[in-house]
Design a protein around this ligand. Structure first.
Ligand code: HEC
Ligand code: HEC
Length: 380
């Protein structure tokens, strides 16, 4: 424990500034703050899922950097420098209200623990986020590797751990404020400039005024390149099965609604009643009918090819055979908050006109990121 702590005495009058936090660590810290705030603000609403995912990737990437930097970084930011045991934490907290309180140049023992827990929990939040993305949305490195059901239970863990992380961050902020106040030292400013002022009696020579412009530039470039790459990849899932006969026959009067949007029994009933199709007679010959039926059955909601398919299938009770997608519980729930003015917009006309708001309605994927409300309507 050499030089880890330093206790000030009353006679310390002359001081000099030394750099404790190197530039990469400071950049890491504030970018992590931004990534976390953006991720929290964009959570819970699928319309901002792309923003949420990008900030999550940034958060995860930054943590990855910090784990490497904790091993190869400069003196004060190395994990080995602030790995205190529990006794040290207890001692530090016990002395805090007294005049003999210890003053640390780097992280104090309690702060160190908070940081380790925040980093570890951050990693769990990132990983559960990636698994949720892979299971529920079929995106990211785990796309399609886990079921929707597992994805959605991991989703709950993702939320719980994220709120827990917010709680820990609050404790961390309180700790910073308390220590700043007790030692008359602005720790927030120190994390911006990297500098702390130290009595000359403790360090005759500035210990570690490091220059890390080069490392920091590389770090920023890497983050920008990865960020641009992630963002430029459209959030559009795998291509769904298609069929020419179906597309022509069922796309004549309205959008060819993809089979994934209704359960198999609904399609079966719809085709059986083809002569009274919403007051129209489809008048399909047997061959065409069979081809369409085969295609609809194979890719109906039960196939769970997309998130909406999975949700429509799960929220439709088996005794119901809806003929309208717009009458399924899932569809109603998803669209209940859309204002009347939007439904009356000339580009929309009727609820079944999915393409007015979903850019990928033809493909049937109904991705969150492909949702656009008609322009000139009120911002939603
Ligand atoms: C001759 C025109 C016509 C053809 C061809 C046609 N439909 Fe329709 N379809 C309609 C009309 C009209 C409605 C009712 C629109 C409304 O009132 O919103 C409708 C509604 C639907 C709906 C309900 C949409 C909702 O509100 O959720 C589905 C599903 C549907 N059709 C499937 C099909 C399938 C599958 C085929 C091919 C086998 C097909 N349609 C071919 C005219 C047609
Ligand atoms: C007036 C615009 C509009 C029309 C028309 C519309 N939707 Fe939507 N839809 C939305 C909006 C807005 C959301 C997002 C709701 C939210 O996230 O709060 C949404 C969400 C969805 C979702 C959920 C996406 C997800 O993964 O969270 C599905 C699936 C969907 N719509 C399917 C359809 C289908 C099928 C039709 C046609 C039968 C349709 N929508 C017609 C505006 C529309």
């Amino acid at each position: 424990m050499i030089n880890r702590s330093l206790v000030e005495t009353a006679s310390d009058t002359s001081r000099h500034k030394i750099r404790i936090w190197d530039l990469p660590t400071r950049l890491f810290h504030w970018l992590l703050v931004i990534a976390f705030i953006v991720a929290m603000l964009s959570q819970g609403d699928d319309r901002y899922l792309d923003v949420h995912v990008v900030s999550g990737y940034l958060f995860f990437g930054l943590l990855g950097f910090r784990f490497i930097w904790g091993i190869i970084g400069t003196h004060y930011v190395r994990f080995s420098h602030f790995a205190f045991d529990w006794k040290a934490v207890w001692h530090y907290l016990k002395m805090l209200p007294t005049k003999q309180r210890q003053h640390f140049l780097g992280h104090n023992p309690a702060g160190s623990w908070a940081i380790f827990i925040i980093l570890g929990l951050g990693l769990i939040v990132s990983l559960t986020g990636l698994l949720t993305l892979g299971g529920e949305e079929r995106h990211g490195p785990f796309a399609g590797m886990i079921s929707f059901a597992l994805g959605s239970s991991i989703h709950e863990w993702h939320e719980v751990t994220a709120w827990l992380l917010l709680g820990l961050i609050s404790i961390h902020i309180v700790g910073v404020l308390v220590e700043s106040w007790l030692h008359h030292e602005n720790l927030i400013k120190a994390m911006i400039t990297g500098l702390k002022s130290v009595p000359v009696s403790v360090f005759a020579q500035p210990l570690s005024v490091q220059r890390h412009g080069f490392t920091a530039t590389i770090l920023i470039l890497v983050i920008i390149v990865i960020g641009t790459w992630v963002y430029s990849k459209p959030f559009i899932g795998p291509k769904l099965p298609d069929n020419v006969v179906w597309r022509e026959a069922c796309g004549e009067c309205h959008l060819a609604y993809h089979p994934t949007l209704l359960p198999a029994r609904s399609w079966q009933r719809m085709l059986a009643e083809q002569h009274e199709h919403f007051e129209e007679d489809l008048d399909l010959d047997d061959e065409t009918l069979l081809e369409i039926q085969t295609f609809l059955m194979a890719n109906a909601a039960e196939s769970e090819l997309t998130e909406p398919a999975w949700k429509i299938n799960n929220s439709t009770p088996p005794e119901q055979t809806p003929l309208r997608i717009t009458k399924t519980a899932y569809w109603i729930e998803q669209h209940q908050n859309i204002a009347d003015e939007i439904w009356q917009h000339p580009d929309v006309n009727f609820q079944g006109n999915c393409g007015a708001c979903h850019l990928d309605a033809e493909q049937g994927t109904f991705e969150d990121a492909a949702m656009r409300l008609p322009s000139s309507s009120v911002p939603f």
